[in-house]
Design a protein around this ligand. Sequence first.
Ligand SMILES: [Zn+2]
Length: 189
Amino acid sequence: MNEHQRHVKARESILRGETPEKRIFVSFEDPKEKKAREKQIKEERKRSNERIEALKEAKMPWFCPECDKVMKSRLDDKMYRLHNHCFDCQVKFENKLRIEGKYEEWEEQKVLNNQLSYIRDQIESIEDWKDETSKPFEVFDQVGVKDIELQTEKWSQNTEKVEEMSNEALEELSKLKEDVEEKLNSFAI
Ligand SMILES: [Zn+2]
């Protein structure tokens, strides 16, 4: 699959409301630098695991800040992390939106905002990668979400090819970003 096909695929899955496979672009450096990079990735992974652990351990309050109900279920835990109140409060909130006929709009906005933040991440990572185009590079496909595993794909194309690929990808992404922003703006009116 070439870069263009990947982006068409990513675009399709974004439009279906899914999260496409995340790609991390890292420049391929000399063995010493590569080792340092691998060490860095390992440390970042360790830090991110530690953050996840810390989040798991971070206690949710005993009582819902909105309704004062005791929060004890896993659903309460999830909702508290996402929306700062208990599951029942979230159900009430969503029901209210449904009654007011605003639920679909709210949900669509939520999906669009997620898409936008995904697109922004991708643009940023490609721009970083483009900055380092003077060197051969490798691409890691991130597989699995829980424990970040990296699959390596090595390329040795020249700078011109990198430039071409990143411009193509950036063009696709900025088009996509405009589409999503336009949709989001239509809600703001
Ligand atoms: Zn509550």
